[in-house]
Design a protein around this ligand. Structure first.
Ligand SMILES: C[S@@+](CC[C@H](N)C(=O)[O-])C[C@H]1O[C@@H](n2cnc3c(N)ncnc32)[C@H](O)[C@@H]1O
Length: 275
C-alpha cells in the first residue's frame, strides 16, 4: 500500500526566495533556493514557485506539465459557466437547491475541484486537506483565484465562500464545537485505481504518488455521521464498495462515479443559511 509523500524540495525562480522560504517554513518543506531551470535536478518531483504560482514539477527530459490548481480559467471556469448547474449529480447529492444553500465541509479536499463546483452553485465550503503538498497547492490556487476575481464579482463571491483548513479531518471533526457543525459533510477519499496506469493521465499519477492510498478512509464515515447536521455524502467510483461497508440511504449515479447519501434529517425549514 503506498504511503503519502509528506514533503518535497521547494525551488523557485529568481526573485521568489522570500515567498518561497515563507511557504517552506509554514508547510515544513525544505527550501532549496533559486534556479534558472529544472533540467539538472536530481529529485524526480519538486515544488516550484514562480510568477505563475506554485506547482509540482517532474524533473528530467520527459517531464510532464506542471500540476497546479487553477479555478479562474480552463476547465474550472468552463464547468462554472456551462457545467449544468444544480442539475448535476453532485448538487443533488449535497441537497443544493435555489433556496437551500448548505454549509458543506469537504473533508477530503484534494485539489479542490468538487469544493469549487459546490461553491459555484451557492454552497459555503470548509475544505480540509491533510497532505502538505496538496494543501499548499490548494492554498496557492485559492489565492490566485481571489486575485483574478478582481474584475469578476461572481468569482469573487464564490471565492469568499471557500475556507481552507490544513488538518487531518478526523482531528478537525473531533474538535468541532456543537455550534460549529456543518450542514453537510462530503467525503471523496482515494480509491485504488483499477485502470492500467497508461490510461491515467500523468498529473493524476503524480497526485496518487503524493497522497498514497488513504488507507484510514473508513474511519471518517462514522465520525462524519456524528457531526453532520443533515447528511453525509460519499463520492465513490461506480464499481467501488460502500465506504466502511455501510449501506447508504440512497445513491445517485454520476458519469463514472456514484454519490452515496446518508441522510440524517431534512434540511427544509431548518437550514440557517436558507434564503
Ligand atoms: C480523491 S482526493 C479528493 C479529490 C477532490 N474531491 C477533488 O475534487 O479534487 C482525496 C484527498 O483527500 C485527502 N484526505 C484523505 N483523508 C483525509 C483526512 N483524514 N483528512 C484530510 N484530508 C484527507 C487526501 O490527502 C487527498 O488529497
Amino acid at each position: 500500500m503506498s504511503e503519502m509523500i509528506n514533503s518535497l524540495n521547494l525551488l523557485c525562480a529568481a526573485d521568489f526566495s522570500i515567498p518561497a522560504k515563507a511557504l517552506a517554513d509554514r508547510y515544513g518543506f525544505v527550501f532549496g533556493g533559486e534556479r534558472d531551470n529544472l533540467l539538472q535536478e536530481v529529485d524526480p518531483l519538486v515544488l516550484w514557485l514562480d510568477e505563475s504560482g506554485l506547482s509540482v514539477r517532474q524533473t528530467g527530459p520527459k517531464a510532464m506539465g506542471p500540476v497546479q490548481v487553477d479555478f479562474a480559467t480552463g476547465s474550472a471556469r468552463h464547468r462554472r459557466l456551462y457545467g449544468g448547474g444544480k442539475s448535476q449529480s453532485i448538487a443533488k447529492a449535497v441537497g443544493l437547491k435555489d433556496k437551500i444553500r448548505p454549509v458543506v465541509a469537504d473533508l477530503t479536499a484534494g485539489l479542490g475541484g468538487d469544493a469549487f463546483a459546490l461553491a459555484s452553485l451557492g454552497a459555503t465550503l470548509i475544505v480540509v486537506e491533510r497532505q502538505p503538498v496538496v494543501a499548499a497547492l490548494l492554498e496557492d490556487g485559492l489565492a490566485r483565484a481571489r486575485l483574478a476575481a478582481g474584475d469578476d464579482p461572481d468569482l469573487a463571491s464564490i471565492m469568499a465562500r471557500i475556507n481552507l483548513v490544513h488538518r487531518d479531518a478526523k482531528q478537525w471533526l473531533l474538535e468541532l464545537g456543537n455550534d460549529e457543525l456543518p450542514d453537510v459533510i462530503y467525503l471523496d477519499p482515494m480509491f485504488p485505481e483499477r485502470r492500467k496506469s497508461a490510461q491515467v493521465n500523468k498529473s493524476m499519477q503524480v497526485f496518487h504518488k503524493l497522497v498514497g492510498a488513504d488507507a484510514d478512509a473508513d474511519e471518517l464515515l462514522p465520525l462524519a455521521l456524528q457531526k453532520a447536521r443533515f447528511r453525509v455524502v460519499v463520492k465513490r467510483p461506480s464499481h467501488a464498495p460502500w465506504l466502511d461497508n455501510r449501506e447508504p440511504g440512497y445513491a445517485l449515479e454520476g458519469k463514472s462515479v456514484r454519490f452515496d447519501i446518508y441522510p440524517l434529517r431534512s434540511m427544509v425549514g431548518r437550514l440557517t443559511s436558507e434564503v
